[in-house]
Each structure stands twice: as structure tokens, then as C-alpha cells.
Design a protein around this ligand. Sequence first.
Ligand code: HEC
Ligand code: HEC
Ligand code: HEC
Length: 448
Amino acid sequence: MSRVLFEHPAALSATAWIALAALVVAGCAKGDATTPARSATLELPSAPWVSRAVPEARGDVTTRPDGRRQAVRYRGWSTEDFGRFRTYAYDDQRLEPAPGKAIMPAGPGDAAKGRRLFLDRNLGPCTGCHLIQGEDVWPAGSVGPDLSAYGDRNLPDEHIFSMIYDPRHLFPQSLMPPWGTDGVLKPEDIVDVVAFLKTQKSPLPPETNPERNPATRPRPVGFGDNLDPTNNPAVVRAEDAADLWATKGPAGTACADCHAGGPAAAMKGVATRYPRYVAAYRRVMALEDFLAVHGPEATGTALPVESAANVDLTVLVKMASNGMPVALDLAAPEHAAALERGKRSFYRRVGQRNHACADCHTTEGGKGADKFLGGRLLADVEVGLTRHFPTWRTSQADVWDMRKRMQWCMTPLGTNMLAADAVEYAELELYLASFDVGKPLSVPGIRH
Ligand code: HEC
Ligand code: HEC
Ligand code: HEC
């Protein structure tokens, strides 16, 4: 039911939206027999949300004239529909696919083809997590074990085959995707990869480039002073927002009319309390979510999530809190269930890759954080992933807020993105931000 709400948000009038919310609440109260039972902590936020994001950020999926489904995403992003895989939507109750098995096809495998598959960027790439021999292996990661001398172990072919087909038989919490079960590799491909891995034997050739091996690769350094406008173009974008702050909207009011003293003074400390539960909208909101409803209500100007105006104003408001510690009220009763749901999302395995955020952003149980995924050192949630957002991305030459960063992570996971202002993302962001409490805001950041 709420799926429909996400798809045609603009078409719903405010009255329709209130009526719908009332219906849903009433439905819950009656214990509607058609609604699947949920555990107490999985209780949904009280109202479905009508997206206020720009059209390309709403996670819509359309059907083309030839019947194929196509995802609507940002310009230049993949339009592949991952509808058959789990998402972060709270109403997506599909289970994680069970660990799969296949009979190993008879060999012999083609080791040269296996090596090509191992390096193929459209598949794993396996080298994103495993080092193997060869000067052309770049950039290899260290999230998984170094397989450069794996052949020395003389493991049975069937063992290696089933490990690659679906590692969860041996390691139920494995962060390696189940390559066979999820259909990325066919059983015949895996036979070739097994043949290749058998060729990885010692002695290892001498290492000529310390960057090749993630164990000896220098760790990347920072990007200079993020608040220096000559270094970080995002600082200049906040100046555009200063004009917006003072410009009257169709309702005849400007931000400046109600929030006196200039943005730096009027908004001082505000950003340290976001994301937070906003009673008026009965949901957790980041500043971006809040401005998208508050802007039009107070000034008549539309500020859809992921519009340049919304991101710029967010930067402006957050800059007024730079240097101040994040001060979320984690003990507030209305945050308890939301934090729990956000945490569940963080550990929920989704998509074709069956990955969880935790696989790459915690160090728990030897997971990926602080290791290299390809050439990228994975950030640790405990260090904080949120307090420099919105951030300038040198690789994209643009300012990205937290939600666009999250949506960007969805494609490599092989899962359809939700609307940028989805409650699911807001509560996940609240959970991420809980690790930033007490640490100073520094916006806009600058990252690769
Ligand atoms: C996202 C990271 C990641 C990717 C990508 C990845 N692996 Fe792994 N792999 C791991 C981890 C981590 C382990 C160790 C087992 C565990 O903890 O689940 C592992 C284990 C293995 C093992 C068993 C090693 C042993 O000690 O027995 C093999 C073989 C293997 N991977 C092959 C592959 C192949 C082939 C691919 C590409 C199709 C691949 N891996 C892609 C993370 C990854
Ligand atoms: C008509 C008056 C009015 C206008 C115009 C207005 N606001 Fe507000 N704003 C308010 C009121 C009232 C509140 C709620 C104060 C409260 O309850 O904390 C508020 C709250 C906020 C908050 C949240 C403060 C907090 O502590 O959580 C932000 C951020 C904000 N406004 C930004 C803006 C921006 C940016 C604009 C221009 C796009 C704007 N406002 C325009 C009246 C206005
Ligand atoms: C397969 C690995 C992988 C998974 C799973 C993953 N990410 Fe990431 N993420 C990355 C990589 C690579 C980067 C870029 C390097 C870095 O900053 O960690 C990144 C960066 C980020 C950043 C920016 C960090 C910064 O300091 O600017 C955020 C925020 C983030 N991820 C959130 C998430 C969330 C939330 C999830 C789950 C929905 C998730 N990621 C799942 C690989 C992953």
C-alpha cells in the first residue's frame, strides 16, 4: 500500500495525505487482518511519507513500452531495475535468500578464463577484496584474505567451489556475496575460477610496487582544509544560499523575516540536533527533510530534497554549527524505536550482493572498515560518517548530501534506492549520526 504513496507523491493534495494517514492509523488500531503482524520494535513509523524529493531522487521504477522495468535515477546513474532483490523499505518483508548449493560441473576448468572473471569489474570484482599475483592487479583490496598463494593449501575443488557459490554454508555471517546463489556467476564460471585459484602458488614474485599490495599500500591522506573556499568549492555554494535566505518567496516571506540576525546567528546550534523526531510531521527528519516541508509552508518556495536550493540551504544552516559537537538527544523516548529500526537497517543484508552497511563500515568480527575495498579505504561508522555532510565530492565535482551518498551505495549493492527523504533512510541516518555525538560538525566536507 505505501509503495503507491512513494510513486506519485506530487499528485496527493495535503488533505488527501492527512486522510490517508488517518486511514492507516485507524487500520493499525483495528489490527486489520490483512496487515502482517510485526514485532514491537519493528512497529512502523506512525504515518506513511509522501516524498518531497526531486523526481530523479524518489526511487521510482517505470515500465517501458517494451514491458521492461527501468529505474528512475540521477542523470548518468544506472537505470537497472533490481526489483527482484530486497530493499531497505520497511514494507519489504521478503526474507534474505537462503544459502544455495549446486553440483559442481565436471572440469577441467579454464584457469586463464577464471583469472579474467576474477578481475572483471562488472562481476565482483573479486580483486576488490582479494589480492592475487600479477602486476596488472590494480587496485586490489584487503577486505577478504590474500589469495596469492591459495593454491598451496591444496583444498578440494568442491570445497572452493561451494565457498564461492555461497560462503554462508561455512561462514553464516560472511560478508562475501553468494556469487552462485545471487546469479552473478554461473556454476561453469566458478569451475574456471577454481582452476585459476589452484595456480596461485608460492614462491611469490618480488613486489616491485608497494601500492599494489593493500598490506603495504600507503593509507590515503586528507583533502586539506575543508573550510577554505579556494580548496572546497562547496563553501562558495553556501554563499548562493545566503541570497536565498534573504529572498521573499511567493508567500511574501523570506527565511530572514522570521529568523532574525542572519543565518549564522539565527541557526547557531540547530544542526547539532538533527536528525531528530519532528512532532509536527510525526517522523525522524534530517535538516534536508525538514527544509523540504518547512520551506514551502513558511515562504511558498519549493525546496525539494536533492534540489540545489535544498542542499545549499542545508550547508548554510549546518555551517552555523561548525565546531559545535553533535548533540542528538539519544535518550528521547521518540528516538528509541527509530534508532532500533535504523540499527536493524544497518545490519540488514539487501540486494543482489546480500550486503549490509555493517559489512563495509564496521570492524566488528573482522568486517571491512579500515581495510581497502579496491583502492578505497573503508570508513568506520564508530569514527563517524555523517558530520561533514553535505560534502564536496572531488570525483563527482558536486556537493552531495547524506542521502545522495546513501542512494549511491545502493547500485553496487544491487538494490533499488528508496526516495531520498524516505523515513527508512532518515532513521538509518539517525543511527549513523548517533556515533557522531560529541564530535564537532565540519560542513561542507571534502572527500574523493
Ligand atoms: C566484499 C568483499 C569480497 C569480495 C568482492 C569477494 N570476496 Fe571472497 N572472501 C571475502 C571474505 C571476507 C572471505 C573470508 C571468509 C569470510 O569471512 O566470510 C572470503 C573468502 C573467499 C575464499 C575462501 C578463502 C579461504 O580462506 O578459504 C575464496 C576462494 C574467495 N573468497 C573467492 C572469491 C571470489 C572468486 C570472488 C569474486 C567472484 C570473491 N571472493 C569476492 C570477501 C570478498
Ligand atoms: C513565517 C515565519 C518563518 C519563515 C518565513 C521561515 N521560518 Fe523557519 N521556522 C519558523 C518557526 C516558527 C519555526 C519553529 C520554531 C520551533 O518550533 O523550534 C522554524 C524552524 C526552523 C528550523 C528548525 C529549527 C530547530 O531548532 O529545529 C529551521 C532549520 C528553519 N526554520 C529554517 C528556515 C529556513 C531555511 C527558512 C527559509 C527557507 C525559514 N526557516 C523560513 C518560522 C519561519
Ligand atoms: C561493499 C561495501 C559497502 C557497503 C556494503 C556500503 N558501503 Fe558505504 N562506502 C563504501 C565505499 C567504498 C565508500 C567510500 C570510501 C569511504 O569513505 O568509506 C563508502 C562511503 C560511505 C559513506 C561516506 C563516508 C565519508 O566519510 O564520506 C557513507 C555515509 C556510507 N558509505 C554509508 C553507507 C551506508 C549507510 C551503507 C548501507 C546502506 C553503506 N555505506 C554500505 C562501501 C560500502
